[in-house]
Design a protein around this ligand. Structure first.
Ligand code: ZN
Length: 405
């Protein structure tokens, strides 16, 4: 007999109440588990360096240390026991298998060899599957292209931004042929690959399938691609899922909300009701292929910390990117939110475009699809900063930003 999810949630609660100092302190005297934010874990670690008190087992039980990338605040150290790391490995292997990776595949990992979990978890998952991992850390893009060509890599794992950048470098250096062996591009790390226009741009450039998956150092690899229906699935057996609005109320079906997760089997550094910051659609529907696991149509559609309110509208830079990719090539762009002297907030979009007409098309597209008035400024190729890892393409210069908090 398999344990139900309620059983597992109950077991997890019992375990952490008995053994985990941070969780015991958080849960004491409460009927409901409170939401957990990254900031709370960071603060705990600052008070109790170097690992904090969110530890269910003695320190010598832990074998893996990873660090969040720190793009939205100070980095957080996250520890895994051997059992928890085996869980990562199993889920990652599942994700890669769903994405089509087989034991005879050669998978190029365009990540740095750093403390972030992505590279290491991908490598473990490939080992579990029996596929070949090809590390591309510490290389220039040209060296990466040469390596891919020489070993005839069949798959590439990277951020969607980097996939487009690598293609651009290939074109600049007349190395497009280096990418011929690539059959699939497996993306993660930013919403890009879930956006239909970004995905089809990558597929067009590489002549390969583009698939998306999602994970966070704090919660684990929770989302795997649905190759038939598009979007992503959440491992229902492994994670308890909620969809909340900014006031922590459940959002109705069909609407966007923040994904809140409880990994049920990762117990060493547990997070209960963790606010992922990932914005998804609470669909409530089965995927078109009829798979059992919960379906996120469109995958991760944004980040809560990316959302900007402009003239009363919620604006996600990922939605602007979607429009950009429909019109422009793989070129760079930069979004600037700024205030007019009148106090009105405005959006400027600098973008590398092939011709002037494309700028007008883009402006129209954003007005129709997003209801946004955006000032489009075409720029010559090569002027905007190139993006390599997680993209930073948003500049916020609004006056109100400084008085809000
Ligand atoms: Zn599906």
């Amino acid at each position: 007999m398999t344990a139900t999810r309620e059983d597992r949630t109950g077991e997890l609660l019992e375990l952490v109440l008995e053994r985990n100092p941070l969780q015991r302190a958080r849960l004491a005297g409460r009927d409901e588990v409170p939401l957990l934010e990254k900031g709370e874990l960071v603060l705990d670690q600052r008070r109790h360096p170097p690992f904090g008190t969110n530890l269910t087992y003695p320190l010598d039980s832990y074998t893996q240390l990873h660090q969040t990338s720190g793009t939205t605040g100070p980095p957080l150290r996250v520890l895994d026991t051997a059992d928890d790391w085996a869980w990562w490995r199993r889920l990652f292997a599942d994700t890669l298998a769903v994405a089509g990776v087989r034991p005879d595949d050669r998978v190029a990992l365009a990540f740095s060899f750093g403390p972030h979990v992505q590279f290491w978890a991908a490598k473990e998952g490939l080992l579990e599957l029996g596929a070949m991992a090809i590390p591309l850390g510490g290389m220039t893009s040209v060296q990466r292209l040469q390596t891919i060509a020489e070993v005839e890599a069949t798959s590439l794992m990277c951020t969607p931004t980097y996939a487009l950048r690598l293609f651009e470098v290939a074109v600049e250096n007349r190395l497009e042929a280096a990418l011929e062996s690539i059959e699939r591009v497996i993306c993660t790390g930013e919403p890009g690959a879930s956006l239909a226009a970004v995905r089809s741009r990558i597929e067009e450039c590489f002549g390969a399938r583009c698939l998306d998956h999602a994970g966070l150092t704090e919660v684990g690899p929770f989302g795997y691609p649905c190759p038939e229906g598009g979007g992503m699935h959440v491992y229902d057996e492994e994670f308890d899922c909620e969809f909340l609005d900014p006031e922590a109320r459940p959002v109705p079906e069909g609407e966007r909300g923040e994904l809140v997760l409880t990994p049920l089997r990762r117990t060493g550094f547990p997070v209960l009701r963790y606010r992922t910051g990932d914005v998804v659609v609470n669909s409530g529907e089965r995927c078109p292929a009829g798979h059992d696991d919960r379906w996120l149509p469109g995958g991760i559609v944004g980040r809560t910390d990316d959302m900007v309110v402009i003239r009363g509208m919620n604006v996600y830079p990922s939605a602007i990117e979607e429009a950009v990719r429909q019109v422009s090539g793989p070129g760079e762009f930069r979004i600037t939110f700024y205030s007019e002297p009148s106090g009105m907030d405005e959006i400027k979009l600098e973008v590398e475009l092939s011709d002037g007409a494309a700028g007008r098309r883009l402006q129209d597209l954003m007005r129709q699809q997003l209801g946004l008035r955006v000032r489009v400024v075409p720029v010559a190729p090569g002027i905007l900063p190139r993006q390599e890892g997680k993209a930073r393409r948003v500049v916020d210069e609004r006056a109100s930003r400084w008085s809000e908090t």
